[in-house]
Design a protein around this ligand. Structure first.
Ligand code: 2HG
Ligand code: ZN
Length: 552
């Protein structure tokens, strides 16, 4: 055993040398690291777009029933009179009622009624598309008076069923309110309407030398209002921090139509309670966000990305510690993927793999700095060091923008890949870093012990995989199944939540509670806190019309 341990560094060096027998270690490493220039030269760059699952999968994996939730009888049923009011207010194109505006209106309503994964589906008949804050105010005042329940909806890319109706709640879709209103290129403050698509805002900022301080796989469809309402975390929280820090102000409309104008553009404002913080992450339960002002950092001119393979989660932790030490000021992302998650991506793409070998874990590191040569030297030196120390087995450095995108696609494409493979039980958790991956292993063992692992009709679980934002101790535990199956759900819940609570973790790191985790909030928040939250909800929305059946 001792001899084998001693041999390990020698074998690693040999492995490097084998890639280029006539070169020294440094040159061999250079060649190993620069492999993408050859690997990727003929591959088409592919950035995964968040497209809905194929029609064949739709419906098949739909969980239509909420056996433990009953429609609140205080809410009124929609009548012709209500519809007439909204059509008068917004026009018929922006008050879409099934069977009224167009012959194919039943189809029109479907994307608003079901979530992106086609897992949660409601039965609303009316979708309202306000064009201004005043519209939102009038809609809510009317709904509050008539006791009509509503669901605020942004890009509808959420993963916990928070932005679709449970029953017949009216959908208030913010897509028409999509303008960028102001940008101060000295302070970097951006003001935009809630329905502005994240990628649109980011591209606008790119032209000004700035960057939106949030990035996520769904950037092409998700909206800023939805991002703020769910306190989206994404891929670069490590660098830019949470929206609780970067959002400077919001405008929001309360349930009774009152407009709360807190569209502050100041970084410092210690005058009383910071009310906007309550709306960030409230999932539209205390008001509808209509505008956002946000502090945007300068865009770093130099971006570099490395992708590498590791043998154990202990090594992943060591690599993270080294990255923080060696790349501290330029490190902008440190993402984790296990082999299981990458195998799923490989099932849906023909893209050239970043590394030739297969490893239990992969990490993607991104640096964003001001000097391309300096940064890539630093990243290369980092990789050289962690390979020398035996932490990393193999690695590759992107050579240009196309390769950067291709490497990112292996991480960003996991969610989409999973969606094409059937049903997925998703858990988005925060746990102390040391135990982050243990949850995946324990869950896999449990599913296996229950005899459900097999990818067959009888044993429907295809894989139990883990990936996520290592830099934020945020793991995405995903259980991929042929179909949603009660037997699987019983094995997973409440086991996963109990496991997390025992380690003082969070059952929702960044995706929110929605309808999925509403009844599990007690695993992460104590009764005193839940009680205070309920009081806040009642203060802002006494009739409970805003996004009912979710959150609390
Ligand atoms: O699919 C998931 O569970 C995670 C989605 C998203 O938060 C990500 O980090 O890619
Ligand atoms: Zn995530």
């Amino acid at each position: 055993m001792a001899a084998r341990q001693q041999l390990a560094p020698v074998l690693r060096r040999l492995r490097l040398a084998r890639t280029s027998p006539n070169l020294g270690r440094q040159a061999a490493l250079q060649q190993s690291l620069s492999r993408p220039a050859r690997c990727f030269s003929n591959s088409t760059p592919q950035r995964f777009q968040r497209t809905p699952p194929a029609p064949a999968a739709q419906g098949k994996f739909t969980s239509d029933a909420y056996p433990d939730i009953k429609r609140d009888s205080r809410f009124a049923q929609l009548t012709e009179e209500h519809v007439a009011y909204f059509r008068e207010l917004l026009g018929s194109e922006s008050a879409v009622i099934d069977g009224v505006t167009r012959a194919d209106a039943a189809d029109d309503i479907e994307p608003f009624n079901s979530d992106w994964m086609r897992k949660y589906r409601g039965h609303c008949r009316l979708v309202l598309k306000p064009g201004s804050t005043d519209d939102v105010s009038k809609i809510l005042r009317y709904c509050n008076d008539k006791m009509l329940a509503v669901v605020p909806q942004g890009g509808n890319t959420g993963l916990v069923g928070g932005s679709v109706p449970v029953f017949d709640e009216i959908v208030i879709n913010m897509g028409r309110m999509n303008q960028i209103l102001e940008f101060d290129d000295v302070s970097g403050t951006l003001v935009a309407e809630a329905g502005c698509i994240l990628e649109v805002a980011d591209q606008f900022l790119a032209g000004k030398g700035y960057i939106f301080p949030l990035d996520l796989g769904a950037k092409g469809s998700c909206q800023i209002g939805g991002n703020v309402s769910t306190n989206a975390g994404g891929l670069r929280l490590l660098r830019y921090g949470s929206l609780h820090g970067t959002v400077l102000g919001i405008e929001a409309v309360l349930a009774d139509g009152t407009v709360v104008d807190d569209l502050c553009k100041l970084r410092k404002n210690n005058t009383g309670y910071d009310l906007k913080q309550l709306f960030i992450g409230a999932e539209g339960t205390i008001g509808i966000i209509t505008k956002v002002s946000i502090q945007c950092p300068q865009r770093s001119p130099a971006q570099n990305v490395a992708f590498f393979g590791l043998e154990s989660f202990d090594q992943v932790q060591l690599a993270f510690r080294e990255a923080k030490g060696q790349l501290s000021e330029i490190l902008s992302a440190f993402e984790l993927m296990d082999e299981g998650s990458q195998a799923l991506v490989r099932q849906v793409t023909n893209n050239k793999r970043p590394l030739e070998g297969q490893y239990p874990f992969y990490c993607l590191i991104e640096t964003s700095g001001s000097n391309a040569d300096h940064d890539s030297e630093k990243l290369q030196a980092f990789l050289e060091d962690v390979m020398e120390k035996g932490i990393v087995v193999d690695g590759t450095l992107a050579q240009d923008e196309t390769q950067i995108k291709s490497l990112w696609a292996w991480r960003e494409g996991i969610t989409e890949a999973l969606s094409h493979l059937g049903g997925t039980y998703k858990y988005d958790v925060s746990i102390p870093l040391k135990e982050l991956y243990q949850l995946v292993e324990d869950t896999r063992a449990r599913v296996d012990a229950a005899g459900l692992l097999g990818d067959t009709e009888e044993f429907p679980v295809r894989a139990v995989v883990g990936y996520g934002h290592m830099g934020d101790a945020n793991l995405h535990l995903n259980v991929s199944t042929r179909r949603f199956d009660e037997r699987v759900e019983k094995v997973l819940e409440p086991f996963v939540y109990e496991w997390i609570a025992a380690r003082q973790g969070s059952i929702s790191a960044e995706h929110g509670l929605g309808v999925m985790k509403k009844k599990f909030i007690g695993y992460s928040r104590n009764p005193t806190m839940v009680g205070l939250m309920k009081n806040i909800k009642t203060t802002f929305d006494p009739n409970g019309i805003l996004n009912p059946y979710k959150y609390l």
